[in-house]
Design a protein around this ligand. Structure first.
Ligand code: NAX
Length: 332
């Protein structure tokens, strides 16, 4: 058997982690033959709860789980880490301005970036889920200069999965019959869910989603708004934010990053922009369509049209504003 992978989960006592740890431990992310050491990080007041999570992991008797460490010290949690799911973040409290939220998270992700920089493997793959995910990932990367910027990403896979499921339901097909829906930009209400290049298999025939749905107006209005507002709809119904679906999406993201994307399929990941694709400013964590080979992502080019350009600008401007609020002069 292979050497165990060191997998860190922050916010490990929280609700997304509770679903995510199970999926990872079952071998659905790093493979059914890959042993795992878990490094579970949360804040000091949550250590009691985390102890309960550790007990439950033991009680599952997972064949692939070797060691489990529970800690409140990032230097322990990120030690020699191969993959990190950064779920823990400062939640938005009532009356909190967006700027205050960004600055509170800036402190958390500055500290975690610095700790990753110090003790994680330089090949570590980091997925930021804690909101505001894109900008938190940018902060983390800014304070982890020895870790390649390509190794730090943020999650828009939940938005992609939501968009795929909406189209599948509209067409009465399964989610695996719908491919290449793209999420552009920020994981927020300004994101642009884009079905222009998506395909669907309907009655055994592969065709463009626009041809299959036969309702351009739906795809350009209601579909986009539904996906943009889906997180809020879940909170309204459940009185809690998405957790099972967020955990599944985080696992999809990390699995594709480690194992690669299938031929002809691209997925959405918020990755560092270098200023040379789709006119997006450099140094933003921007969600693009990517393919992954040998654990390296590459942006798929040539997928925009006139409708896309305007939508991309809206979400890019929001990300620039977040960067300015979080990092100020360090954002250059
Ligand atoms: P919970 O509040 O259930 O859990 C968060 C956990 O993080 C808590 O146990 C808390 O103690 C811990 N934490 C806080 N600060 C920490 C720090 N500095 N170091 C380590 N742990 C810390 O939230 P949950 O529902 O699990 O959501 C986690 C994050 O995911 C939230 O920020 C949430 O907004 C975000 N989401 C992001 C999504 C995305 O698509 N990018 C979708 C789902 C979710 O809303």
């Amino acid at each position: 058997m292979a050497e165990p992978l060191n997998v860190c989960v922050t916010g490990a006592a929280g609700q997304i982690a509770y679903s995510l740890i199970y999926i990872v431990a079952k071998g659905e992310v790093f493979g059914p033959e890959q042993p795992i050491n878990f490094l579970l990080l949360d804040i000091p007041p949550m250590m009691g709860v985390l102890e309960g999570v550790v007990m439950e992991i033991q009680d599952c008797a997972f064949p692939l789980v070797r060691d489990v460490v529970a800690t409140a010290d990032p230097l322990v949690g990120f030690k020699d880490c191969d993959a990190a799911f950064l779920l823990g973040a400062m939640p938005r409290r009532e009356g909190m301005e967006r700027k205050d939220l960004l600055q509170a998270n800036c402190k958390i992700f500055e500290a975690q970036g610095a700790a990753l920089d110090k003790v994680a493997k330089k090949t570590v793959k980091v997925l930021v889920v804690g909101n505001p995910a894109n900008t938190n990932a940018l902060i983390c990367s800014t304070f982890a200069p020895s870790i390649p910027k390509e190794n730090i990403t943020a999650m828009t896979r939940l938005d992609q999965n939501r968009a795929t499921a909406q189209i599948a339901a509209k067409l009465g097909v399964t989610c695996t019959d719908v491919k290449n829906v793209v999420i552009w930009g920020n994981h927020s209400g300004t994101q642009f869910p884009d079905a222009a290049n998506a395909t669907a298999t309907v009655n055994g025939e592969s065709m463009s989603v626009y041809d299959a749905v036969k309702d351009d107006n739906y795809l350009k209005t209601e579909f986009i708004a539904t996906v943009q507002q889906r997180g809020a709809a879940v909170i309204k119904a459940r009185k809690l934010s998405s957790a099972m679906s967020a955990a599944k999406a985080a696992c999809d993201h990390m699995r594709d990053w480690f194992c690669g994307t299938p031929e002809g399929v691209y997925v959405s990941m918020a990755v560092i922009s270098k200023g040379n694709t789709y006119g997006v400013d450099e140094n933003l964590m921007f969600s693009f369509p990517v393919t992954v080979k040998d654990k390296t992502w590459a942006i798929v080019e040539g997928l925009s049209n006139e409708f896309t350009v305007e939508k991309l600008m809206i979400t890019e401007n929001e990300l620039k504003g977040e960067r300015e609020m979080a990092l100020g002069s360090q954002s250059a």
